[in-house]
Ligand binder design. Sequence first.
Ligand SMILES: Nc1ncnc2c1ncn2[C@@H]1O[C@H](COP(=O)(O)OP(=O)(O)O)[C@@H](O)[C@H]1O
Ligand SMILES: [Mg+2]
Length: 332
Amino acid sequence: MNGNRQKLIEIANLRKYFAVGGGIFSKKQYVQAVESVTFDIYKGETLGLVGESGCGKSTLGRAIIRLHEPTSGKIVYDGTTIYDSEAGTAVPMLPYRRKMQIIFQDPSASLDPRMTVGEIVGEALDIHKLYPGRVERRERINQLLDEVGLNTEHANRFPHEFSGGQQQRVGIARALAVNPEFIVCDEPISALDVSIQSQVVNMLEDLQQEMGLTYLFIAHDISVVRHISSRIGVMYLGSLVELSESYELCNHPIHPYTQTLLSAVPLPDPVKSRARQRILLEGDIPSPINPPPGCRFHTRCPYATDACTQSMPALKEYAPGHYAACHKLDGQ
Ligand SMILES: Nc1ncnc2c1ncn2[C@@H]1O[C@H](COP(=O)(O)OP(=O)(O)O)[C@@H](O)[C@H]1O
Ligand SMILES: [Mg+2]
């Protein structure tokens, strides 16, 4: 289905480790936050990315736009290699910062409290030397505020004067200021009141249509992304375990972890919802400092065999466009 669609981003074996410790009394260790992740993002799509808190979604999103410098792997943006650890390629990112933006989870923490909304949105224009004339700059800021449903008068106010939903609108205006092509939406509604979550999601969808944007939409809850994503990727402890077209993934999940996640999502029909068996995982999610060998999910997987303890399964295509990384699937 995606055969004739154009790729905007290709990542291969992307890895991000964080060094921790290494003080006088402690040994240096590595948080293996993202482990060898490979996938493509198509132009104009919304790719949903889900998984439990701490599984590496934000780190992956930030590594793709090199807000976190990757530890190794390859990133191709619209046909140009912007990072390749093997070839030693790491291009200057300033021109790409205009194309790739991010909306953060917590709007209050991501907006500078000492700057007015106008300054926050205008800063991106200044960095990229867009709209240098005072009048044009002002007009552009007003236009952006209008696009996200805020008023011109809001430009002179400070972030603390706004509600969470309005702050997130400012964060969105800041991301849009430079006319980006790709936006990492990192749980943009998780910190917001439930009553306004759908307003912000609808606005992001409208903006995508209007501006032809491509989104990587991160959520810890699959029900948030299932309706807005063309495809969904599922992460567990730093690995991408399944990736497929959204309807297919939600209705025919093939990885045991995805099946578990979906069994916890409420169904619209309460009778069906009650009748359905919820799969409960045993144990806690292991530490990414010392992840299990082999398949990272094997310590909690009801189907794990010896093979699962020995090698990490590769992501393979089991049906057209439907990928999973699981040794059990090979045995069938
Ligand atoms: N700057 C950092 N330094 C050290 N560890 C980090 C850093 N950022 C994230 N981590 C760790 O990496 C793992 C993945 O984190 P994160 O990407 O934030 O997960 P998610 O977004 O899925 O909740 C977690 O164990 C987290 O504690
Ligand atoms: Mg996160």
